[in-house]
Design a binder for this molecule. Sequence first.
Ligand SMILES: Cc1ncc(COP(=O)(O)O)c(C=O)c1O
Length: 473
Amino acid sequence: MRDRGRPLPRERRSGYGRRVEQTKYLLDESQIPRHWYNVVSDMPNPPQPVLHPGTGEPVGPDDLAPLFPMALILQEVSEEAEIAIPEEILDIYTLWRPTPLYRARRLEQAAGTKSRIFYKYEGVSPPGSHKPNTAVAQAYYNKQEGRTRLATETGAGQWGSALAFACKLIGLECKVYMVRISYEQKPFRRSMIQLWGAEIVASPSKDTQSGRAILEEFPDTPGSLGIAISEAVEDAAQRDDTSYSLGSVLNHVLLHQTVIGQEAIAQMEMAGAFPDVVIGCVGGGSNFAGLAFPFIREKIAGRDIDVLACEPAACPTLTRGLFAYDFGDTSKLTPLVPMHTLGHDFVPAPIHAGGLRYHGVAPLISQLVKDELIRAEAYVQSDVFASAILFANTEGIIPAPESSHAIHGALEVARQADEAGEQKTILFNLSGHGHFDMAAYDNYLAGKLEDVALDEAEIERALRAIEGLPTPA
Ligand SMILES: Cc1ncc(COP(=O)(O)O)c(C=O)c1O
């Protein structure tokens, strides 16, 4: 951090002499972190190597060069603790960073808890989520190395709109493959992506070989992130002017998100508090890592912190998946990644948290779960929406369905603490707003939201896809 600033008093008097309790903890623009934090430098067991599917050997920088600029490949394999953020990226970050940290007093009151609940709000960015923290960085490094176009996938549309926004600001073309179910459920995310000048198509699409093959076999598929990744990777691999850009999972993406947790540490200090529990929702893992990794640094250094990852019961990668080598996409175009997975051809039920419908999760998070530095829980969507509504009716912000998993996790932790007669300080990441998710809220309010039970037989079937692949040590 440039300067953490002077701590503010926890209680202050308003201009009228009224005693008020502080709600928001705000940093100055000069306090935007100047570096990203690399958790690899502190992990007790570093992540296992990513493998070339043909040779079974670790992939090297040259293998990745057709897809990514070298600066990002070097960040992907870096063991440095801190990586400086270029000035141009910091300049763009000032459009929404530092983001506010709130004390959720009204939520606490409504829940009747004795615990303190804080949340870091990433929905203040122009596209409405944490995703531009890495989108801007990725667009910047690609431009530096002369690429003129990026191809990507998007689930809920948050990542696609973040990358379209970043490409517009930095001056790159952008093509987005959007998971078909979200393309249909979220027409205005689609408009937003087009407004920022990107080309967008529903995935699976007829624009790629892998899209055409899936459409032939499953014409009615709702699509999945795994399928959309196959299409974007194929697009980028076939054009010299184009890089592939991923909104989550990879080490460098998680790295870019660590501005969130660094700011949160400074803001918790302003509040005179430190969390007992740090919580985030997990799709590929980037917003969770962004908040949690700087706290995990403290945990590895000896502080007692419970770090909780929240996922949907319809796509329970961390709680019911295997830690194994698997492909990151459905058509097996990516290298083999050591991660918790449900199998690369698993197509999750079309729940409304589209950004959490991914068969795998970041290898860094997988390793930390394996090493018991992170624990995970899975929730059904009707419970998650009930918590989202309580949050909207107390704190006012309408949360993204993805982020609502973290709200539900925080309320569960608070409830369990009350039952145990304990008082906890809870911090969660509110990764985005849900202004483009109103169809999902309509369904919930009309009583039409269905919980999907995922039976063991389907998990067993899907995991058969990874039989014969290498096993992590
Ligand atoms: C608001 C929001 N939160 C969370 C996620 C999940 O992604 P990740 O696990 O990479 O943070 C998404 C993905 O689209 C999202 O849009």
